[in-house]
Unconditional design. Structure first.
Length: 198
């Protein structure tokens, strides 16, 4: 994303100092905004119902509502028992965001900065389906995951998680309820970086 700082808005800097100093002040404000926004993003991520539900493992309940209140995402998606599918995404989101200044005309009153944010594609690559190569469970949360009609939340030695299996025939109606997840969190990050610049 690109952030533009109007030098005229930096009122604490005297006009005679506009030059390299204003760039340093703008960078300081951008860094502060990025760090604050990233903390807000991580808090939003950790407290999201999908994150909390998967963190609860195969014994959790469907607080995200994606399964109509039946079972839980951990056993429905089919994560291996003891697996931590949230950790790779968390590690990606915790990485320091890079800030670069783009070449500027010294006569211009605009300073451009580029903030490199994690992309949805990176996150989807970090969240592979345990039973379908090339598919992402994080993307599936937002676009839908098939198989809910044949999902039975019960202890079984044949279950990856130990708590859920897929039956041969459908045993219930209804389907997976898509919900906004990481795309919404990343959109809020972009918005907050701009609004947190003071």
């Amino acid at each position: 994303m690109k952030v533009r700082i109007n030098r005229n808005a930096l009122r604490k800097i005297e006009s005679s100092q506009v030059g390299p100093i204003v760039g340093a002040e703008a960078l300081r404000r951008i860094k502060r905004s990025v760090q604050e926004s990233q903390r807000e993003m991580l808090s939003q991520f950790e407290s999201h119902p999908v994150t909390e539900e998967i963190n609860s493992g195969p014994d959790g309940y469907n607080e995200s509502g994606t399964l109509g209140g039946y079972g839980n995402l951990y056993s429905f998606i089919g994560f291996e028992e003891g697996m931590d599918p949230i950790a790779p995404i968390r590690n990606l989101l915790k990485k320091a965001l890079k800030i670069k200044s783009s070449p500027r005309n010294h006569k211009s009153m605009i300073t451009n900065f580029i903030v490199e944010l994690p992309s949805k594609e990176e996150i989807f690559n970090m969240s592979p389906m345990p039973w379908a190569s090339g598919r992402s469970w994080a993307e599936g949360i937002e676009k839908g995951i098939s198989g809910l009609g044949r999902y039975l939340n019960t202890q079984s030695f044949s279950s990856r998680s130990g708590e859920g299996i897929q039956t041969q025939k459908p045993i219930r109606g209804g389907g997976f309820s898509n919900t906004k997840y990481l795309s919404s969190i990343l959109n809020d990050l972009r918005t907050n970086i701009i609004s947190n610049i003071k």
